[in-house]
Design a protein around this ligand. Sequence first.
Ligand code: NAD
Ligand code: WQD
Length: 336
Amino acid sequence: MNILITGGAGYIGSHTAIALANAGHKITIFDNLCNSKLTVIDQLTKILGFPVNFINGDVRNTPLVNKSLKENEIEGVIHFAGLKSVAESVANPLLYYSNNVQGSISLIEAMQQNQVKTFVFSSSATVYGEPTYLPYDEKHPTNPINPYGHSKLQVETILGDWAKSDPEVKASILRYFNPVGAHESGLIGENPNQIPNNLMPYIAKVICGSLPNLNIYGKDYGTRDGTGERDYIHVMDLAEGHLAAIDYLKNNHGSHIHNLGTGHGTTVLELIEAFQEINKVEIPYKFSGRRGGDLASYYSDANKALKELGWQARRNLEQSCKDTYHHLLISNNRAK
Ligand code: NAD
Ligand code: WQD
């Protein structure tokens, strides 16, 4: 299938590009590089062994998306392009509604103009909000607690309505839990342009000495050891989930929601321990107060994806820690 990957120079998109290309799909990456670098495209070319088709553009530029869909005879779109910082979304909500919601509308408009009706969307476990029960399954009420989460839920609603209005539309909504790790080559991984908000890339910055220590946000949650608990999923497992979703859409019209997680929770201290153990490094950390807006604990019920997509996470936390560190070593060597 000819697939447009918006946000394909970013963390999850670039790993998914590999999984798609290796499965025989023809990929075109569309990205404005607001949170990624052009070197990722070179690295993808190295990993895949052929030049990767790249368009530098903003998904809100409907005429450019239109032209890109036409010229590359696109049959399906995987939409990663978006902003993802919760704190930034609270400080600047309009930026998030413009980029994430208006960006998706612009993309769908261009798709409609080209009769492209297969769409996979990067949603997030953040749409669930404060858990009323755990693990979160797809029937758990949605109640986002910040503009980022609202922007994701609004796009989910738009996709549901689009699918209702046109019986040929096939939309897959994937709610990711916490992606970590890197491709086994170490050539690509998570390289945010700013100081990271997320735990694993922050740890990477501490280990390479760019940041002095990790701050653990809270030690008095009602979890096993008092630190926050999340469902960390290897980014290549996540990438393969997109492959499974594309396959599923071949025979399934309408809109479909699936959690992509491991089904297991890990606390911050457990993750630090696993990282130190497997990589034989020390992570300096100190405890600081709870981070505003954090939930104590959440993890997925991943059974629907297994039953319907035939997909489940195969890599464990140790593998994620190992691959994160491997990527760090390779990118530090490259920078020298
Ligand atoms: P990322 O920032 O690494 O990748 C997003 C990419 O989209 C970047 O390369 C950025 O330059 C590009 N982009 C952003 N706005 C754009 C626009 N208007 N036009 C074109 N390109 C644009 O983030 P990621 O971690 O790879 O996340 C990908 C998607 O998955 C995002 O939509 C994010 O909200 C969602 N998601 C991420 C996580 C996570 O923890 N990483 C969890 C759940 C959902
Ligand atoms: C994980 C745990 C922190 C950093 C966010 C978004 C969510 C999704 C994934 C996109 C928590 C603790 C973290 C640090 C720490 N993104 N932590 N020190 O908050 O679960 O989810 O990213 O959709 O929407 O909310 O991920 O990696 O930031 O935090 O102690 O420096 O690590 O308190 O318990 P989070 P995270």
